[in-house]
Design a protein around this ligand. Sequence first.
Ligand code: NDP
Ligand code: GDR
Length: 577
Amino acid sequence: MERRALITGITGQDGSYLAEFLLASGYEVHGIVRRSSTEASERIDHIADQLVLHQADLLDQLSLVRVLEETRPTEIYNLAAQSFVATSWEQPLLTGEVTALGVTRMLEAIRLVDPSIRFYQASSSEMFGRVQEEPQTERTAFWPRSPYGVAKTYGHWITVNYRESFNLFACSGILFNHESPRRGKEFVTRKVTDAAARIKLGKQKTLKLGNLEALRDWGFAGDYVKAMWLMLQQDEPQDYVVGTGIKHSVRDLVLLAFDRVGLDPTEYIEIDPALLRPAEVSTLCGDSSKARAQLGWTPSVNFEQMIAMMVDADLERVQREIVIEQIRAAAPDWIFHLAALSVPRECGRDTPTEQATAVNIDGTARVLDLAAKLGGNTRVLFISSSHVYAPLTEKSPPLSEDAPLAPRSAYGKTKLEAESLVTAAGSKGLDTITIRAFQHTGPRQSTQMMLPEWADQFASSSTDPIKAYNCDTWIDLTDVRDVVRAYRLLAERGTPGETYNVGSGTCRRTGDILKILQDMAGPNREIEELKPGVHYDPVANIDRLVRTTGWQPDFSLEQTVADTWAYFKGLHEHTSQ
Ligand code: NDP
Ligand code: GDR
């Protein structure tokens, strides 16, 4: 059977984790979003292309009916709510309309469109309010203590009633507090972890809090969305309590978060009476025996791990924001995007490794995003690679920028994918230039690359014989100092949106390069070729570069080899002293 889920509140914390989970489980995932003058979908941006979003509102009955008719879901997860307890005293009527009556509107839409749809209602431990027993189970009496708690209690009972009255498959999950790096910053866990990170990095001085003695049963949102799904997979619709069974105070939370960043919280915390609630829920702790026994559900992340995860994510985010601020202040004319995992064999064979994808593709997306935020006067020069071209099987004339692109290496694939991101950013108005750099080398290159690897072996008297991978590869090798001069010229004179090869335009045999080095460094040293055979790497047609910038290389290959050799010889002499 086709599995199609509809999530209300998909832009919220839980909605984003549930959408990820359902996509990974093979569902077609639809979501309801409210119309807004700005886009607030950052929690689902990374999966947006896999979701189908519909505009609707829990306040508007007909919009719900329409979406159900259009999507015909097999499961509905009703996560949308005015979910912040403190706001429910300021907007009690809205809270009632959305959090309470919104549930009835959805249940009515289900009755009208398709009563076989399975329905999950996001009930809350806030319904227990002034707790009647400890810990709380499915049988514990409710005593809500806020307009939010009252609204959730209505939503809970109307779900039970529609199940009993109309035989709907309607379940209510009574979930205790669950948090994550995606939690809204008004909730206390995220407020504290965000503040700890900001104070640590000098962006905030104090943290104002309300009741430090409140006790909560805090779990990880990623674990809790699995319980929601499990409830809808059972034979019978029932209600379940979901919590960890362990409670901590807000004070514990503060201590843990500040400890993570190495600060003493007493120096920063201020108690603000305005943050105390008109009626407080002092303690909550869930007994999930039923969920554990019947659903086989267990939490995988404990409180300490979760707070560490949240603090670390906030530190990383705040740090990134600081870097963006600094770059904004510097208002650069050019961004040369050179950063990459650049050793091809470290990027995977055919399929890029996770790290290669994260750095070479996602990293490029982040740089483009940053450039877009700088206000339009910054040119991005993306350094791609000759590895994007299709591999050669025989000697070929120099390749122009229009030659076929069909990378074989995982590294080349990441560069090609990044090129397409650059092109897309260019078509949205960003000033971009793509540079396909061919092999280049020089004194400061890593010894994982050919010439430094050889020079390093010659410089070490103990390496015998000198090992060379292959002496019969034909390559286009330029001096790095010439290459960066070409980048600089393209920054000034390149045409926006254009792609340029940067290489010497001439073809050299690796064995001949090795011979130049051997003559300089150790004419009598023996050389062993590890993988004999003839290969051809692409050679650059540099007409476009030369036409646009007038660039010509300054360094002869002999000079490059001599300088590289001198550098590594110097390094060895220095370390052996
Ligand atoms: P969030 O506050 O992060 O998300 C709430 C979602 O509801 C957002 O997507 C919001 O959309 C949407 N929404 C609000 N009003 C409307 C409306 N009128 N029509 C349509 N959508 C609307 O909450 P969480 O993800 O943390 O919680 C999910 C659900 O679980 C909520 O019902 C909450 O009350 C309940 N719950 C949460 C617990 C927790 O600890 N997180 C514990 C127990 C229950 P927009 O982005 O446009 O604002
Ligand atoms: P809660 O979560 O009200 O339990 O509702 P919140 O994180 O807002 O508060 C937890 C406890 O911390 C105390 N507190 C503070 N809270 C906030 N927000 N800000 C403060 O500065 C502060 N200082 C102390 C509060 O008084 C409270 O006791 C969450 C929501 O996700 C609901 O939607 C969900 O139903 C319940 O959890 C279960």
